[in-house]
Design a protein around this ligand. Sequence first.
Ligand code: NAD
Length: 363
Amino acid sequence: MAHLVTLIPGDGIGPEVADATRRVLEVTGVEFRWDVQEAGAAVMDREGTPLPNRVLESIRHSRTALKGPITTPVGTGFRSVNVALRHELDLFASVRPSRTLPGVPTRHPPLDLVVVRENTEDLYAGIEFERGSEAAGRLRQELRRLGGYEVAEDAGVTVKPISVTGTRRIVTFAFDYALRNSRRRVTVGHKANIMKFSDGVFLRTAGAEATAYPDVEFEAVQVDELAMRLAWEPETLDVLLLPNLYGDILSDLCAGLVGGLGLAAGANLGWEYAVFEPVHGSAPDIAGRGVADPVAMVSSAAMMLRHLSERQAADAVEGAVAEVLIEGEHLTPDLGGAASTDEMSRALARAVRTERRAPGVPA
Ligand code: NAD
């Protein structure tokens, strides 16, 4: 039976890597019914919102989406579609693996890290007070009244909520993930010495929940020290469990450790829905030039195949990525090659080896 999947090509290089990914998926022999849904900057101009309801309805119906990156204006303009999707669909867990890939040189011994990031709370909860607004003025007064806090009159304010309930489910998710994937250790990153009432909740809840998993080692590290360890000896780390903001920053760092954003795949998971997307953004600097690396989105699609219980096809796609990287003949410029997105995706499709390969497609 064909899998119904919502496909959001996204902005910038999104449509380029989405087309490339479809080409690779099509030769796996797994059948898809794609519900293609536009979202993002161009849709904002046409429909007055970058995330129309039809997109959410499509995912609520299909339960699974493959998504390209979507541009978020910096400092002003519409709020992040990515953040809104995670909130609306309660996609509370972000999973971003960073594994050394064959043929891709790195500065460290072979790495196999996974960032598990809380996806709905923290400074990304969207509770913001604009500098100079009436609400910001009232908030300043309340803060003075409640705790004697003095906030500068010209300050904008972003609130950082971290709850026991929100933390508990991501901690359980991270430890279950560790057990299912034979991982030995979960390292939680925090700054609970400074932010006692937000990161403090994350750290204490993580410590309490960890006791239910005696077979997985639990380690707590301050996030600044964790950044140093990632640069210095990343091979000592395994699963990183992080609140939203630190997870966002450190997962890009981890991507850099194993070859860059062009290779880093990700999944946003909740109890009901799953949205698979590359870690990278819309890359306006290279959009439209046909040189974007398709591997991050193709590998996100491999994660999706596993989620859809298409294990053989997922192995075949990951095998194709490894083969093309080792062969080194069809690499995009970020990997030191001169191939276009199109050429690399054709090479990836040719390298897919599965018994269920689509009929008429030569191996
Ligand atoms: P970016 O990831 O788009 O680009 C950072 C650098 O990496 C650029 O030099 C870019 O050329 C390169 N790069 C990224 N993906 C690549 C690929 N597949 N192949 C080759 N090179 C690649 O980050 P940015 O420039 O900070 O963000 C651009 C826009 O994307 C912003 O509007 C941002 O908000 C948005 N964004 C969206 C998502 C998402 O949709 N999940 C994630 C991150 C950023």
